[in-house]
Design a protein around this ligand. Structure first.
Ligand SMILES: [Zn+2]
Length: 651
């Protein structure tokens, strides 16, 4: 695969795909999808562009849909004071200048500077009616408070999100942050413009100066030509047929703004290049027709994939495994990135992430040590715990049940900005990820008893390594003055959690071939027991009292029953929240915005109609080290009120 996968061809596909403004459910996304379909056909692979209704009120599993959107113009001029007159933003010059899905507007307005506009107190004594808010605050929150509650007609943001340890907003002074509205129905639609940190700083200084000098406010003229309509959201599907109905799926999201290269033209381009390579190898007889089919899916992230799955539920039992490629082409030294292989959550432990890690290791050399005698890795990689936020989180839901690791590059200094461009893409990295993905797909498409045994050994030995890493870390910490016997107990519980993980992961191999995995399972358990017995003599441990706060009490009384497979992001239902619910949600969200991707999803994954929410909270704590009972209970209550889950009282 390494000889045949071409990172240079893949890079060319990145360049082509990046020319399209690939916003979900837009005519330009459809054009990008057509471009990819044509490539598949050119390789000799049958492909189609599928369409699913895009209109408000439609729900694909737990994902609400919006309308199609199209914009032909979006310009913002500073018009007052006249001596400062200039064009601030132009959608036709830079697609990120406009909030995607901005509503049409034509007119002039005063600009009001908000600190971040996220709290009610900031609005006291301010008149925003008919004006534009300049803010770096959270888009949804500012929309709710400034536009819905205080009558602003639009938003200007100069936000540049910080990536801890890698990107400070002032590292990209001229870049624009990718920003979108998502209208799910019933909101007051408005427009938004995006300024670079530098342009934002200038405008802020001007506004403050005018205020100090008691001069009339700064005014802008905004023109947005855009339209919404009931339309389609599109997915590209291509298939190298196998000899059975079963399939291995390679998956990438095709969406994102024009120019966006690593996110995720790189993943889509890699899928194309893998398809080309495999088809060529099969056509020239180097490889046999695979036993299982290999399906290639290019989707609008999350929502578009949910639309595909919800409309193709009958295909799911035949999907034996998948791989999600999300931001894979990074030049690591430019972007500051590390290749990450995301593990499945404990609720769906399976063999597939260990297989990907093996393939990453197999392709890791490239440099040598000083004497040139030993190979060493020329790029970074890390195995990371489940964090969701991309398409694999729809498949690794136990109620969907398709093993799907994700290969990603994170963090990325240019992520979600106008500077995520082709020059940040490294052909060598595309070759590497492409050969990993091609090998993964072809290996699993043909895996039988022999491969299953090999995988069982792989999973077992990696399990042992994980147990040793955990106990080694636990031992090191147990000598600290702040170590408590409860910490010691937690270590024991976490090792037992790993035991269960290994048991399940080994079990999952049976999906590939009818092999008895019980011997490996036993060895996995025994190994951990020996290690626990050793550690028990060294680490003080006792259960302590279980926490019994108000949230724990409530969590113990709730059992959640799901209505659909797949996670539900509470943020997508803000339009249906009452004012009170919105405030409650905002408090939880503000504490840990990223956490609200991960923990609510984990809650749904564990919800089997039997466990109460406190039991699930304990499992999440074992897996992540975080106690998030309040967030979980809040989600349960909110989802129930919105009709997204059913709750019953625990017996
Ligand atoms: Zn993205």
């Amino acid at each position: 695969m390494q000889e045949r996968v071409s990172g240079h061809l893949a890079r060319n596909y990145v360049a082509e795909i990046a020319r399209y403004h690939r916003i979900q459910a837009t005519p330009q996304f459809r054009e990008a999808a057509e471009y990819c379909r044509e490539r598949f056909e050119e390789f000799g692979i049958r492909a189609e562009v599928l369409g699913f209704p895009a209109r408000e009120g439609t729900l694909y599993w737990g994902w609400p849909m919006f309308q199609e959107w199209e914009a032909s113009e979006g310009v913002l001029h500073l018009i007052d004071p006249p001596e400062a007159k200039k064009k601030l933003a132009d959608y036709n010059e830079a697609r990120l200048s406009l909030f995607q899905r901005s509503a049409p507007f034509q007119g002039e307005a005063e600009v009001v500077l908000l600190e971040d506009g996220e709290e009610w107190a900031e609005y006291e004594g301010l008149d925003l009616k008919g004006k534009v808010a300049l803010t770096r605050g959270d888009r949804d929150r500012v929309h709710r408070l400034a536009v819905e509650k205080h009558g602003a007609v639009g938003i200007i943001t100069d936000v540049m999100k910080e990536l801890p340890g890698l990107r400070h907003p002032m590292d990209l002074p001229d870049a624009l942050q990718y920003t979108s509205f998502w209208w799910y129905g019933g909101e007051t639609k408005c427009f938004g413009f995006v300024l670079s940190p530098k342009e934002g700083a200038r405008l802020r200084a001007l506004i403050k100066q005018r205020q100090r000098e008691g001069k009339p406010a700064v005014r802008v003229q905004a023109t947005v030509n855009s339209r919404f309509s009931d339309g389609e959201i599109n997915v590209v599907s291509a298939l190298i047929p196998g000899q059975t109905e079963e399939e291995v799926v390679l998956l990438a999201h095709l969406c994102h703004p024009q120019g966006a290269a690593n996110d995720n033209a790189s993943g889509s381009a890699t899928v194309l290049e893998v398809a080309r390579t495999l088809q060529a190898l099969i056509s020239d007889g180097t490889l046999a027709q695979p036993r299982r089919g290999i399906r290639f899916l290019l989707v609008p992230e999350m929502l578009g994939f949910a639309a595909y799955l919800a409309n193709n539920e009958s295909l799911i039992p035949n999907m034996i495994a998948a791989l999600n490629l999300d931001m894979v082409g990074e030049n690591q030294s430019l972007c500051g990135s590390t290749m990450t292989i995301e593990q499945a959550p404990g609720s769906f432990a399976n063999y597939a992430d260990d297989l990907v890690v093996r393939l990453v290791e197999e392709t890791s050399s490239g440099a040598t040590n000083y004497t040139g005698l030993e190979g060493q890795t020329a790029s970074r990689y890390a195995v990371t715990p489940f964090s969701g936020g991309s398409d694999h989180c729809l498949l690794i839901d136990p109620s969907v049940g398709v093993p799907c690791p994700m290969i990603n590059q994170w963090p990325d200094k240019f992520y979600h900005t106008s500077t995520d461009t082709l020059d940040k893409v490294d052909p060598a990295m595309l070759t590497r990820v492409g050969s990993i993905a091609a090998t993964y797909a072809y290996f699993l498409a043909n895996a039988g008893p022999e491969e299953a045994v090999w995988l069982a050994e792989e999973v077992l030995s990696r399990h042992k390594t994980r147990v040793l890493a955990l106990t080694r870390d636990g031992l090191a910490r147990s000598t600290g003055a702040d170590h408590s016997p409860e910490d010691g107990e937690m270590l024991f519980r976490r090792v037992r959690f790993l035991q269960k993980r290994a048991e399940k992961a080994l079990q999952s191999i049976q999906r590939l071939a009818d092999v008895d995995v019980s011997a490996w399972q036993e060895e996995a358990l025994d190994f951990a027991e020996v290690e626990l017995a050793r550690v028990a003599k060294l680490v003080p441990h006792s259960p302590g009292k279980p926490p019994a706060g108000v949230w724990e009490k409530e969590a113990t009384s709730i059992v959640l029953r799901r209505l659909w497979p797949g996670p539900i992001d509470p943020k997508n239902f803000i339009n249906r929240m009452s004012d009170e619910e919105h405030e409650t949600w905002w408090r939880v969200y503000r504490e840990s915005p990223e956490g609200t991707y991960v923990y609510p999803a984990m809650l749904l994954y564990w919800a089997d109609g039997q466990r109460n929410v406190q039991e699930i909270s304990d499992l999440i704590e074992l897996e992540t080290g975080k106690r998030v009972t309040e967030m979980l209970v809040t989600c349960c209550r909110l989802w129930q009120r919105l009709g997204l889950v059913e709750l019953s009282t625990a017996s």
